[in-house]
Design a protein around this ligand. Structure first.
Ligand code: TYM
Length: 331
């Protein structure tokens, strides 16, 4: 069937931000009834920058609980931990031989991370997009819902799929990125020209999904705004545009509706309203995540079942790949 498989993942590499939620996880919810969805915790990607092992293990489980708390239904979707499905690493190795060092060196995220972690520019960091291509291609994915910053990686996954198909014959479906018009790039609250990131050193720049109400309100109160007093979406008003987008996303409105709602009102009224809306939306998710984390047996069961389903699907593609490239697989 055409157009029926969705794949996405998040790295359990730090506290998730509202950018991860709005740009990614939130958009998965609508897809679970219409598509066969695979949602992973990308722990193999996470170790391309240094991680504390105990923390990585804990965050992986927290991320699983968060997916479910956000409304991902493990009965409808396949939720699993990337490292529990060995075919990701195996396919990555095959795809490495079809990928050029030069194209990896040109990846924006690689360049950013290499500059930030100059003492740890490891092979994994450079290979990150190939592992991501393996993730996506293993499941014969049609659509990859991601934020703006990941579109370049989905493009390279497409290129690699086409390259493989041209060399070895039709094997992979060629996936497409699905990027929402609203919320695909939530900016830092302190520097609205840059994306909000899990690893920002300024604690006021990012709102984390685990932040309590007071912290959320404080961060929005301190958010950088622009000159003037009008609350409208505009290239000249990156700070206000970002806050409007965040507000609209959490209130379930369009940015046009949000603009109308705050017409004639000032920043002093607007900023606390954004904070309240985000805090209200996150409170039930946080409570549900906490409840799920107390039930380790349930979570363990979900992840074991997910890994098994993912394994079966991945094995099919990998065995086809091995046949195409001429790997001996027994008689
Ligand atoms: P990660 O964990 O860095 O980001 C997870 C998702 O959040 C989106 N995102 C944002 N969206 C809007 N505004 C922001 N400020 C913002 N920051 C992050 C990202 O675009 C992403 O969709 N490499 C992936 C994880 C991955 C993956 C995959 C994704 C591994 N394998 C296969 C899709 C398909 C990543 O960046 O995760």
């Amino acid at each position: 069937m055409e157009g029926n498989i969705v794949y996405s993942a998040v790295q359990p590499s730090g506290n998730l931000t509202i950018g991860n939620y709005v740009g990614s996880i939130r958009n998965w919810l609508k897809m679970q009834d219409e598509y066969a969805c695979f949602f992973a915790m990308a722990n193999m990607h996470a170790i391309t920058v240094r991680q504390d092992p105990a923390e990585l293990r804990r965050r992986t489980l927290e991320l699983a609980a968060l997916y479910i708390a956000c409304g991902i239904d493990p009965e409808k979707c396949t939720l699993y931990v990337q490292s529990q499905v060995p075919q990701h690493a195996e396919l990555c190795w095959v795809l490495n031989s079809l990928t050029y060092v030069g194209e990896m060196e040109r990846m924006t995220q690689y360049k950013d991370k290499a500059a930030k972690h100059a003492d740890n520019i490891n092979m994994g960091l450079m290979d990150y997009p190939v592992l991501m291509a393996a993730d996506i291609l293993l499941y014969q994915t049609d659509l990859v819902p991601v934020g703006q910053d990941q579109t370049q990686h989905v493009e390279i996954a497409r290129d690699i799929a086409v390259r493989f198909n041209n060399r070895y014959g039709e094997t992979f479906k060629v996936p497409k990125a699905l990027v929402m018009k609203q919320g695909a790039k939530i900016a830092s609250l302190q520097d609205p020209l840059h994306k909000m990131s899990k690893s920002d050193e300024n604690p006021n720049a990012s709102v984390f999904l685990t932040d309590d109400r007071d912290t959320i309100l404080r961060k929005f109160r301190r958010a950088v705004t622009d000159s003037g007093s009008e609350i409208r979406l505009s290239g000249e008003k990156p700070g206000i545009s970002n806050l409007l987008t965040i507000y609209a996303s959490f209130a379930g409105k369009t940015t046009e509706e949000a603009e109308r709602e705050f017409e004639g009102k000032g920043y002093g009224e607007f900023k606390p309203a954004v904070g309240e809306t985000v805090a209200d939306a996150l409170a039930p998710i946080q409570a549900e995540q906490k409840r799920l984390l107390a039930d380790k047996a349930y979570l363990g069961g979900v992840l074991a079942a997910g890994a098994e389903r993912a394994y079966k699907a991945a094995r099919k593609t990998l065995s086809k790949v091995y046949r195409k490239v001429g790997f001996y697989q027994g008689d």
